[in-house]
Design a protein around this ligand. Structure first.
Ligand SMILES: [Ca+2]
Ligand SMILES: [Ca+2]
Ligand SMILES: [Ca+2]
Ligand SMILES: [Ca+2]
Length: 612
């Protein structure tokens, strides 16, 4: 009897062990011999496992034991060390006597990984670790904002500071602020006509101390306020050109064709606006002076008043390569075009970047006009910035093209150092909103960046260039905006960017603060876990999100560019009540015994069905 009890207890513990291993079914089949083998392995489990690599300077960091033979650590890698890429090994005793793998395990820089190590097989499982936080960026300006008012001290920086608590509460996690430095048009410059990168509204230049948005103090205060509410701030970086030079210089140049920048028309000595001394700043922060040889060309001869593209001549002077191939070389866009082949230019932009981030405590960048800037320039610049500042510095580039191949080419040339705005998706929203219901909604994501390369896609509906009256004007119609915002905010892929003009209104754009706020909140509360797509109809499409451990509630999104209707969709919850968060449909919808329901939508509308 005693023997039987002992055997029973032994069996009980053995079963428990198998349950932990997830091999319950095999318990009965396991022979005595195998049991002995397994028990032997239990004895040979490691007592400790140490993570050693570039993040901890090859020191020793304990891994957590999460199961039999199984060790885990979640750790963030930066940019490796002086000897190479970020990498690691797992060490048994912390003395390098037994470590795996034989060669270091290399990973990508600035990435957090979940590393699982099995001490019996020595297998190392490395997964990118993504916290279940649904970030939302706000493009915190539109083109037609009022200029800073000195008397009332009101301008964008102050306005945004007031809005921060509300934005943080609804779920905005980052702000993209407009260029913060003095432009050639002073207070009326939106910021892209950059004159002095070091003048953040501090010096009396171009007829004003403040920029369009306010003063340096207000800008710094805004960034500080954002950080208090855990909101990151991205600076808008305009490196392609400079404008509003202090004086002209005589330069030997070659006039080239507008449509083919490689075709030379004539040689000419011109008077070019290329001399930047910044007398109003008087060498504060930097004594760098820009001269004609720091640029590749201009589009104006002050001597004759001729408007044409003039490429400067001189040793090493040429349009930069590699750039976008429109016009056979699209280095030149406007103003005095920076020469990224000139070492003094590269050095000065690095120096400025370091100063700017240290001075403002900014968290990342939106890079202007990257298709007009030598592709390899930002590889060098971003590596330098991340190394010298030791920050991740999230970066998104503006490569304005609806051609997905051009975007993918740029991502490959910059080796994943930056994300890009999903211009093809914006183009689809524009087309769909102007097709009176005849857009085939099955194609809305086809050929977009969020479909082809979701990790690198910053999705958006509208921006300061696409809004009515602007240079890339392609406005998405008001009626379609809630549908488009549901598509960027409530799906698993892409980093969504909400446009200020859509939230608060702009000329020709309806203010939709209430709807967009609800959608941002829905992203924060419900946009988690598995996604089931029903992108299968020319008018009515939908998808569901099943939630995760932290956010267990489900959501079903349905929208139509044509007539209203309904769709059978699976939400994984039996006999559960769902309501439309946007209130477009007032009735309740109940799921059946299998977690399905017929979700409804009105014509030209969107409904977001959530568990109450
Ligand atoms: Ca050049
Ligand atoms: Ca350029
Ligand atoms: Ca250039
Ligand atoms: Ca349609």
């Amino acid at each position: 009897m005693k023997k039987l009890v002992v055997t029973f207890v032994f069996m009980f513990f053995l079963s428990f062990f198998f349950i932990l291993n997830g091999c319950v079914n095999q318990t009965l089949k396991t022979s005595y011999h195998e049991k002995k083998q397994i028990l032997k392995e239990v004895k040979s489990e490691w007592g400790n496992a140490y993570f050693r690599g570039t993040p901890n300077n090859w020191g020793i960091t304990h891994m957590s034991k999460i199961g039999p033979h199984t060790w885990q650590i979640i750790i963030k890698f930066n940019n490796g060390d002086g000897y190479g890429k970020p990498r690691f090994k797992i060490d048994h005793f912390g003395d390098w006597k037994e470590s795996y793998p034989a060669n270091d395990y290399e990973v990508e820089p600035y990435t957090t990984y979940k590393i699982t190590f099995y001490d019996d097989t020595h297998y190392i499982k490395v997964e990118k670790y993504i916290k279940a936080v649904n970030g939302v960026m706000l493009q915190a300006f539109q083109w037609y904002l009022p200029e800073y008012n000195e008397k009332t001290k009101s301008g964008l920086w102050v306005e945004l500071s007031k809005k921060i608590p509300d934005l943080a509460l609804m779920g905005i996690t980052a702000l993209w602020l407009p260029p913060a430095y003095k432009g050639q048009a002073g207070k009326s410059d939106v910021g892209y006509g950059v004159y002095d990168l070091y003048d953040l509204g501090e010096f009396n230049q171009k007829g004003t101390i403040s920029t369009k948005y306010g003063t340096k103090e207000q800008y710094l205060k805004l960034i500080e306020n954002a950080h208090l509410y855990n909101i990151q701030v991205y600076g808008d970086i305009v490196f392609n050109h400079k404008m509003g030079a202090d004086n002209t210089e005589w330069v030997n140049a070659t006039k080239v064709s507008w449509n083919n920048r490689n075709i030379e028309i004539e040689n000419k000595t011109i008077k070019a606006w290329t001399l930047f001394n910044f007398p109003g700043r008087n060498n504060k922060y930097s004594d760098f002076k820009w001269r004609w040889y720091h640029f590749d060309g201009v589009d104006w001869d002050q001597n004759t008043g001729e408007k044409a593209i003039f490429r400067f001549n001189g040793i090493g002077k040429a349009w930069d390569w590699e750039v976008d191939d429109e016009n056979f070389n699209y280095d030149y866009l406007m103003g005095a075009d920076l020469d990224m082949d000139h070492p003094e230019v590269v050095q000065e932009l690095k120096k400025w970047g370091k100063w700017y981030v240290n001075f403002t405590k900014i968290d990342g960048f939106r890079l202007d006009a990257v298709k007009h800037i030598k592709f390899s320039f930002f590889n060098d610049w971003l590596d330098y910035m991340r190394n010298v500042l030791g920050k991740e510095l999230f970066t998104v580039g503006e490569y304005w093209s609806t051609d997905i191949n051009k975007l993918e080419n740029y991502i490959s040339k910059t080796e994943g150092r930056m994300s890009l705005f999903d211009v093809p998706l914006h183009q689809h929203f524009y087309e769909a909103s102007n097709s009176g219901g005849y857009y085939d909604m099955r194609n809305i994501f086809n050929g977009t960046l969020v479909q082809k390369n979701p990790i690198k896609a910053v999705t958006f509906v509208e921006n300061h260039d696409t809004q009515p009256g602007q240079s890339l004007s392609s406005p998405v119609q008001d009626w379609f905006k809630p549908l488009a915002y549901a598509m960027i905010l409530l799906r698993k892929d892409g980093y969504p960017c909400v446009f200020y003009g859509d939230m608060y209104g702009a000329p020709g754009i309806k203010e939709q603060y209430g709807t967009i706020k609800k959608l941002i909140e829905a992203r924060k509360l419900y946009s988690y876990g598995k996604q089931y797509d029903y992108l299968d109809h020319q008018d009515i499409i939908g998808w569901t999100r099943l939630g995760d451990e932290e956010h267990p509630k489900s959501m079903a999104v349905i929208l139509s560019d044509g007539p209203g209707g309904s769709k059978w969709m699976y939400v994984g919850k039996k006999k559960t009540k769902f309501i439309d968060l946007l209130g477009n449909i007032k009735e309740e919808i109940w799921t059946n015994d299998y977690g399905w329901a017929e979700f409804k939508v009105n014509g030209g509308s969107v409904s977001v069905w959530v568990e109450e």
